[in-house]
Design a protein around this ligand. Structure first.
Ligand code: NDP
Length: 306
């Protein structure tokens, strides 16, 4: 049986390590502060934001959510970001994506002060990532590195293949793996013979957004497989196909009306991989944990601790 890289355990370890750092900041005058801007009523975003606020509360991090309506303009949202940039007790600003279509998302992300950009999306911080300089790193890719390191998976000298080239997952994950001395290949929808490229991977990262697309043909025997995909399936037939008619999974689907599936085939990965991240309970929990790491680090930098 392959080893499961348990994201919940790693998240809990990271939170335990953060707690004394939060307490030390609070003892010096104030706890770290995170502002989350959630525009409108996207149900998935509302769940993410609730979880982020709850994690702040667990750790003693001050949090504030700002919830402007769907109809907000780019100029009005820019004004909110500017006011958060100016507030000394706010160390991190997170603008929950996606934003409504009338909003110029790039302008909003560029407006967040780089020192408070705990998502690591500002071009200054992307540049720092490429140059391997200290700065907030994109949370999900940073979480992948934590999972690998804390799971005892060697990265230096290994072949890493990443499927997906988004600015929030694929590209920053590739950079971080490169800085850890992996030999990195980035794939996308135009990559010819994707299964053959993926089979070269010692470490295969799937960040695609297509349920169970990575099947046994893509996975070299014994490879480490990191599944970033979070696809909510509402089609019972698809659940039956992906989970080979598993009665437990079908019962779970019937109870909830949907099921979360990664980008990697959940049965094939168990048969082929040496280690893998499950969905749920793999990469997902690390994203919020790394947001907390970035917020605490930002507070420490801003208060002159490091
Ligand atoms: P994007 O849609 O931005 O990017 C998807 C990438 O996959 C693109 O580069 C695209 O290629 C590539 N792709 C799509 N179809 C294929 C294909 N058939 N063959 C090869 N490559 C393909 O997605 P994100 O990076 O934002 O997210 C990816 C997944 O990760 C999603 O399921 C998302 O929900 C999940 N996610 C999970 C997080 C977590 O905390 N666990 C956090 C963030 C994302 P091209 O560029 O050519 O179009």
């Amino acid at each position: 049986m392959p080893r499961i890289l348990d994201g919940n355990r790693v998240r809990d370890d990271i939170k335990s390590e953060l707690k004394p750092r939060v307490d030390a900041l609070a003892a010096r005058g104030r706890p770290p502060g995170l502002a989350v801007v959630l525009v409108g009523h996207n149900p998935a975003s509302e769940i993410y934001v609730r979880n982020k606020i709850k994690t702040c509360q667990d750790l003693g991090i001050f949090s504030e959510s700002i919830t402007p309506p769907d109809s907000i303009s780019t100029a009005e949202l820019l004004a909110i970001v500017e006011s958060l940039n100016a507030r000394p007790e706010i160390d991190g600003i997170l603008v929950q994506l996606p934003l409504p279509p009338q909003i110029d998302s790039k302008r909003i992300l560029m407006a967040v002060a780089p020192a408070k950009d705990v998502d690591g999306f500002h071009p200054c911080n992307v540049g720092a990532l490429v140059a391997n300089l200290p700065a907030p790193r994109a949370c999900t890719p940073a979480g992948i590195i934590e999972l690998l390191k804390r799971g005892g998976i060697a990265i230096a000298g290994r072949r890493a293949v990443i499927v997906g080239r988004s600015d929030i997952v694929g590209k920053p994950a590739a950079m971080l793996l490169l800085h850890e001395h992996a030999t990195v290949t980035i794939c996308h929808s135009k990559t010819p013979d994707l299964p053959a490229v993926c089979r070269e991977a010692d470490i295969l990262v799937a960040a695609i957004g297509r349920p169970a697309m990575i099947t046994r043909d893509f996975i070299r025997q014994g490879a480490t497989v990191i599944d970033v995909g979070t696809n909510r399936i509402e089609d019972r037939g698809m659940v039956a196909r992906i989970f080979r008619n598993s009665p437990e999974k079908l019962a779970s689907f019937d109870k909830r009306g949907s099921l979360l599936v990664g980008d990697v085939d959940p049965i094939d990965v168990v048969e082929r991989a040496g280690a893998y991240t499950p969905v749920p309970g793999g990469v997902g929990p690390l994203t919020i944990a790394m947001l907390m790491v970035n917020t605490v680090a930002s507070a420490e930098r801003r208060s002159g601790i490091c």
